[in-house]
Design a protein around this ligand. Structure first.
Ligand code: COA
Ligand code: AMP
Length: 636
């Protein structure tokens, strides 16, 4: 099939409002919007303002009413706990209504925030959808974050209630959530009124009588009573959720997602970008704590009438490197979406792909990769072993869906290894130099998107409009700054090369080195520190922290390094994967005192580097190099 991409992109560019108005016809509105785009509303305009709708209605009720009641909506598959369960659209709606009734009884109303601190179980999407049903705003916090990170989010979102599970299950341990939840509430200034706790058999939490409610029991009561909770009409521009993502400080950014534009864009993407038809099985092997999980485990597949899979396991070790293939063959998955790191993990365990041979993967049409740069090696391996097209696509928590990709449903374009392909309709991508001038094709620069952002993108940051402007809009007036650097070639293919801020990408997880530095600075023996991301074969990048100790500290360096590693694990969480702390005499700096993190990273990665003209004392770079050598880190 020859691609219609260029024609469709031109159609969008010619008249964006008509384009998105067309896509919006696929969504059920309780009352219509006046015009698709209102340029005078919000920070850069708002999509579908005035329209009334409900995201849960569009995900569940309309499909049940429209003949999908018996179709599988959600499959929970957990090799880690050895359990499986399939929910039809009808059954999922029953569960969501029961949970919405419980939330309502606990006082949750339209506009209230609800934090969800849950692992990859079916009850997590249920909680998200129950909030959406009531017009409440959920904020899911990834289970790999520790109490302190949860506390920061509690203070920012000020939830009326928290929904939590008693535990998560990792391959090597059961992670009790309740003690972290209690600690977070203790630490936070804002105190939620209630906690709804889902008890898992792997670890029962102790409930506090004055605050905690047993979610399973409360849902059972609501179910038995046949409670019917209608969908609360919300404005298209009302927030559906807040998802916190790493910023350049320890204070995470609360990315806001609205209801109307989000539904329109995600629903459109399922066919156009992923080439999936309603009724088919779509699997995003990610975590609901991340944006990929929000968009492509929960909302997009359900909006589009697909079957989605909530997979509680890892690509390897649960029980082996064949687990992805087992899931694909068992449920007839047509499209798999995951991070390249998952494939690197599989390839490491099963380099020949022998386990792939053991399963019938005939249903699989396409593999989609995102979350980090897809290295050509991984793409080629996956393509050869799976014998399906492997599609890289680039997006961010802020955008909620693809900025640049290869739209399979419109007819795939030729793949260029190392490139996520081209701008999707909705995005006018430009590459600018630091002064804001367009650079030539093939020249590296700041990747920006011309305003307005398309439907589904963040309209602002939660309670932080000035920060939204400062972080994204002010540096390049008229554009959204992606904070990714790269270039566009003559064919309009984009190449994403690096972040322009302190964000690193560890196993597809977005982390701030600045946030880690803030935590490390608390250690009483540390005078100053610098955390950089160094390359790692499996995870893409891992953090490495360089510590300068206070004068006169007499304890062993190794003892302090261990404490620093533990501090980051306790404060940010195991997901930071912070295991490398290195004591150095001094940090390399410019004459104005800026730490030369970029040069340190190049040295650590064995890349060529130039001596910065402004360096204060060049010898320090040799010292850094020696420490890395001494730890055997130069031959990774
Ligand atoms: N709850 C509690 N702890 C968690 C967690 C969770 N939800 N998720 C991860 N962790 C812990 C891990 O157990 C690990 O702890 P450890 O230091 O005790 O071993 C630590 O956080 C680091 O996790 P991770 O970086 O995921 O490493 P891993 O070695 O456990 O697994 C991969 C490596 C590549 C298999 C894994 O990262 C993976 O499957 N990635 C897929 C990518 C993905 O889902 N990306 C999301 C965006 S698409
Ligand atoms: P997150 O907000 O967690 O989705 O992380 C977004 C960041 O991950 C982007 O700004 C990029 O730096 C990186 N990223 C995501 N997808 C890709 C991709 N396909 N290629 C290169 N980098 C990517």
């Amino acid at each position: 099939m020859s691609s219609t991409y260029h024609a469709i992109y031109a159609q969008w560019k010619d008249d964006p409002e008509t384009f998105w108005d067309g896509a919006a016809q696929e969504i059920d509105w309780f009352s219509p919007y006046e015009r698709a785009f209102q340029p005078d509303q919000g920070v850069y305009g708002r999509w579908f303002a005035g329209g009334k709708t409900n995201t849960c209605f569009n995900c569940l009720d309309r499909h049940v009413e429209g003949g999908r009641a018996e179709q599988a909506a959600l499959i929970y598959d957990s090799p880690i706990t050895d359990s499986k369960k399939t929910y039809s659209y009808g059954a999922l709606l029953t569960e969501v209504k029961a949970l919405a009734a419980v939330l309502q009884d606990l006082g949750v109303e339209k506009g209230d925030r609800v934090i969800i601190y849950m692992p990859m179980i079916a009850e997590t999407p249920m909680a998200m959808l129950a909030c959406a049903r009531l017009g409440a705003v959920h904020s899911v916090v990834f289970g790999g974050f520790a109490g302190h990170e949860l506390a920061t989010r509690i203070d920012d979102a000020k939830p009326k209630l928290i929904v939590a599970a008693s535990c998560g299950v990792e391959p090597n341990r059961v992670v009790a959530y309740k003690p972290m939840l209690d600690e977070a509430i203790e630490l936070a200034e804002h105190k939620p009124e209630k906690c709804l706790v889902f008890q898992r058999p792997q670890c029962q939490a102790e409930l506090r009588k004055d605050r905690d409610v047993d979610m399973g029991a409360a849902m059972q009561t609501a179910r038995d009573a046949g409670r019917d909770v209608p969908c609360t009409p919300v404005d298209a521009t009302d927030p559906l959720y807040i998802l916190y993502t790493s910023g350049t400080t320890g204070q995470p950014k609360g990315v806001v997602r609205d209801n109307g534009g989000h539904m329109v864009a995600l629903n459109w993407s399922m066919n156009a970008i992923y080439g999936v038809k309603p009724g088919e099985v779509f699997w995003a092997a990610s975590d609901v704590g991340w944006v990929v999980g929000h968009s492509y485990i929960v909302y997009a597949p359900l909006l589009h009438g697909n079957t989605t899979i909530v997979f509680e396991g890892k690509p390897v070790g649960t029980p082996d490197a064949g687990t992805f293939w087992r899931v694909i063959s068992e449920y007839g998955v047509v499209a798999l979406f995951t991070a390249p790191t998952a494939f690197r993990a599989i390839k490491k365990e099963d380099p020949q792909g022998a386990m792939i041979e053991q399963y019938d993967l005939a249903s699989l049409r396409t593999l989609f990769l995102a979350g980090e740069r897809a290295d050509p090696d991984t793409i080629e391996w996956a393509r050869a072993k799976l014998a399906v097209p492997v599609i890289d696509h680039w997006w961010q928590t802020e955008t909620g869906w693809t900025i640049a990709g290869n739209p399979v449903g419109l007819g795939a374009l030729p793949v260029k290894l190392g490139s996520p392909t081209v701008a999707m309709p909705g995005y006018d991508i430009q590459v600018l130099d630091d002064a804001g001038h367009p650079v030539d094709r093939g020249t590296l620069g700041n990747i920006v998107v011309r305003l307005p952002m398309p439907p589904g993108n963040l309209p602002t940051l939660w309670n932080a409009e000035q920060r939204f402007r400062d972080a994204y809009l002010n540096e390049f007036p008229g554009y959204y700054k992606t904070a990714d650097a790269g270039y566009m070639d003559e064919d309009g293919y984009l190449f994403i090369m690096a972040r322009t801020d302190d964000i690193i990408n560890v196993a597809g997880h977005r982390l701030s080195t600045g946030a880690m530095e803030e935590v490390i600075a608390y250690h009483p023996d540390v005078a100053e520190c610098a955390v950089i991301g160094i390359s790692d074969r499996l995870k893409g990048q891992i953090p490495a922290g360089f510590l300068v100790l206070n004068a006169g500290v007499e304890r062993q360096d190794s003892e302090i390094e261990k404490e620093v590693v533990q501090l980051v694990r306790d404060q940010i969480g195991p997901v930071a994967a912070f295991k490398l702390a290195l004591t150095v005499e001094r940090l390399p700096k410019t004459r104005s005192g800026k730490i030369l993190r970029g040069t340190m990273q190049k040295i650590a990665d064995g890349e060529s580097w130039k001596m910065p003209a402004t360096i204060d004392d060049a010898v320090i770079l040799d010292e850094i190099s020696d420490v890395l050598q001494g730890r055997g880190l130069m031959d990774r």
